[in-house]
Write a protein that binds this ligand. Structure first.
Ligand code: GLA
Length: 391
């Protein structure tokens, strides 16, 4: 699949600019096994890069200052200059790329003219981090094009900053880390407080990870994402006033949250209870993964869904229905909504030989209830952003 994407991107670059691209890059989307909404709460998360990509074709500019960017799938072209005064373009793909240019300049990295074109196999608004792949892929490509000497961590941070400053989403760092640091068949165990990670073998035994796309689209600049972040930060401040030794949610216990229930108020209590509970689940899930205990891992995934739905309130009727129907099927270890929420995909841990049956039943029930055909994406865990040759 990456092969045809790379070919398509190279061909479109050639047709547009009349020359072949100098280099081609692939930046993957991501899944998250568990640890949802923990990245901006200094927690541990377990994401991985998957075989859905944004491909960039890049070459030198027509002149030293001219920067041309083409979104092949939309047949749109945006032009700026390397010395430009870049401003966000709300709701438009170019805002992410301009945000990366801006982030590079803020760190003292100068680019010159270039031509870039990109195409994607990551469904947008499906919770698979197409925007992180876009920003990471672009920053990586510019780093190689202009020998900027950026580390992978720099690239992740510049990409995150583009989301904050230009796209208006106060996202955490998980998506960018996954897109940049992914490795084949490995889950990234990322400590978002310390920004340190280790790679863990994705030993799923006879189980497969399969995504079901609800086709409910979200845009995090307009969803409740930033609100959740604010609410959970406020709740932490309430806890800190009573417990001055608490620096982050990592220092909080479920007992502490219970004790503070009245002070936190109903919303603050639910948000804090979710975060503290999820932190415990991630620890348990990491152990379950290490011992290959898929039944335990699956139960934890489902408990996360319940927390995301009832306590963090980032699910929706469609995802709740899909997860409930999936959990009723034999051969399913666990299911939950994945990513920022308010739509997107569920992630499902299913016995290999039960997948077709489960997909058939859940898709039929989803269609009956919502009149929509869900999409199904089997997941392969792949390496992070890289230059490609002959893929
Ligand atoms: C989105 C954000 C991430 C993370 C997840 C929820 O994908 O971009 O930083 O917060 O939601 O885990």
């Amino acid at each position: 699949m990456a092969g045809s994407l790379v070919e398509r991107t190279a061909r479109a670059f050639g047709e547009r600019f009349g020359i072949a691209p100098q280099r081609l890059y692939l930046a993957p989307g991501r899944i998250n096994l568990i640890g949802e909404h923990l990245d901006y709460n200094d927690g541990l998360v377990l994401p991985a890069a998957i075989d859905r990509y944004i491909c960039f074709a890049v070459g030198p500019g027509g002149d030293a200052d001219r920067c041309e960017m083409v979104a092949i799938d939309r047949d749109e072209h945006v032009e700026t200059t390397a010395s430009g005064d870049w401003q966000p373009v709300p709701g438009h793909w170019s805002t992410y790329l301009l945000g990366v240019l801006h982030g590079l300049r803020e760190r003292g990295h100068a680019v010159r003219g270039f031509r870039a074109a990109f195409a994607s196999t990551i469904p947008m608004g499906a919770g698979l981090s197409s925007s992180a792949a876009l920003c990471c892929g672009f920053a990586f490509a510019l780093d190689r094009q202009f020998n900027l000497g950026l580390s992978r961590k720099d690239i992740a941070l510049i990409a995150q900053q583009a989301e904050h400053a230009f796209a208006g989403v106060r996202c955490g760092i998980m998506d960018q880390y996954a897109s940049v640091f992914g490795e084949a068949d490995k889950v990234i165990k990322l400590d978002c407080g310390k920004l340190e990670h280790e790679l863990v073998e994705a030993r799923l035994g006879t189980h497969l990870l399969v995504l079901f796309d609800s086709h409910v689209k979200h845009v995090h600049s307009a969803s409740g994402y930033n609100d959740r972040r604010r609410e959970v930060e406020e709740a932490l401040h309430v806890i800190q006033r009573a417990e001055p030794e608490v620096r982050t949610y990592r220092d909080c216990t479920p007992h502490m949250v219970e004790r503070m229930r009245a002070e936190l108020g109903p919303v603050g209590y639910k948000r804090a209870a979710y975060v503290v509970g999820e932190m415990q689940r991630v620890e348990e899930a990491a152990q379950a993964l290490a011992t290959g205990d898929m039944i335990r891992l699956g139960k934890l995934l489902h408990r996360t869904h319940q927390g995301l739905s009832a306590e963090y309130e980032v699910s929706c009727a469609e995802l709740d229905h899909m997860v409930a129907e999936t959990m009723k099927q034999d051969g399913v270890a666990g299911a939950r909504m994945m990513g920022g929420g308010f739509g997107g995909c569920s992630i499902n841990l299913i016995e290999r030989n039960a997948v077709d049956r489960v997909v058939g039943t859940v898709a039929a029930r989803y269609r009956e209830r919502f009149g929509v055909d869900m999409d199904v994406y089997p997941v392969r865990i792949v390496r992070g952003v890289h230059e490609c040759s002959g893929e």
